[in-house]
Write a protein that binds this ligand. Structure first.
Ligand SMILES: [Zn+2]
Ligand SMILES: [Zn+2]
Length: 288
């Protein structure tokens, strides 16, 4: 039989299918067509929204739901033989194998495709309910006498991030919001234990004091619901600062995690105060 060239790739073939060779036809008629490229994902638990429902893989692993994503978000001509997640941050990439044929005169065969979806972040109904129902707590971090600069804020957020990694698989709640203020940070958590824990971790690392306040914000199932606030005041005095403390002018010589060493300009004597004594004294920064 005389061979004919494919007008697309130039290959010599026995027959053309709708004006092209089999290979070109297969390439131009994929067995997987993406209907919807966006995939809603819960930013807290990693669940994805499929077929009107939030679907969670075991331990947040989307490997098990890859097949469902493919069957919901694409149309397939043939049999889905394999769906494997190969990447899942910011977007999800799924390697797909489908057995089928794009044309009656082409023998069915297994063909591989790489399908990508973009995550669009939202909050699933379970997490939304948890957020609204559970005790909410605030960790308020401020500097005194100077507000916290960006370097300080970055240090604090790094420590918090390390701490959260330790609790990754434990149900201790999560941070629902971080507000960056000019002089400090407001960190909201869904669980007061988490806020308290973070407050004490930071307290151990910085010269600081903690104050707890509880406010009743409602009643749920006969139980009072509290909004806890942990105020962490970080000492931002520096060696060399001159302060007026209890009416006396003193220079700050050294600041440790528990104590501060002061030098009295008037008497020439050194003395030591605890951080909480320092913070609870009448003190003003008068120079440096
Ligand atoms: Zn061709
Ligand atoms: Zn969720």
């Amino acid at each position: 039989m005389a061979k004919v060239p494919c007008p697309y790739c130039g290959r010599l073939v026995d027959r053309l299918i709708e004006g092209q060779c089999e290979e070109c036809y297969i390439e131009r008629h994929p067995l997987v067509l993406v209907k919807e490229r966006r995939l809603l994902r819960c930013k807290y638990c990693g669940a994805v929204f499929l077929g009107g429902k939030w679907v969670r893989g075991k331990r947040g692993d989307l490997g098990e739901v890859a097949r469902r994503i493919i069957s919901e978000k694409t149309s397939i001509r043939g049999v889905l033989e394999k769906a494997e997640v190969s990447q899942s941050d910011g977007e999800i990439v799924i390697n797909v194998v489908v057995k089928g044929s794009p044309h009656p005169s082409i023998e069915p065969r297994s063909l591989s495709y790489v399908v990508e979806f973009e995550y669009e972040y939202d909050i699933c109904n379970t997490c939304r309910e948890m957020l609204s129902r559970r005790e909410v707590a605030l960790l308020q971090i401020r500097g005194t006498p100077r507000g916290l600069d960006d370097t300080y804020k970055k240090k604090i957020l790094n420590i918090i991030e390390q701490e959260l990694l330790k609790f990754k698989d434990k149900k201790i709640g999560f941070i629902s919001e971080i507000k960056y203020l000019k002089d400090g940070l407001d960190i909201y958590t869904t669980n007061s234990n988490l806020a308290r824990h973070l407050a004490y971790v930071l307290h151990r690392q910085f010269p600081s004091s903690i104050k707890e306040t509880a406010k009743v914000v409602g009643v749920k199932d006969g139980r009072k619901v509290y909004h806890m606030t942990y105020s962490l005041r970080l000492v931002t005095y520096k060696p060399g600062d001159v302060v007026r403390i209890r009416g006396e002018e003193k220079r700050i010589v050294d600041i440790g995690s528990r104590h501060v060493v002061l030098y009295s300009v008037e008497t020439g004597k050194y003395d030591q105060l605890t951080i909480s004594e320092l913070l609870n004294s009448e003190i003003i920064l008068i120079g440096q």
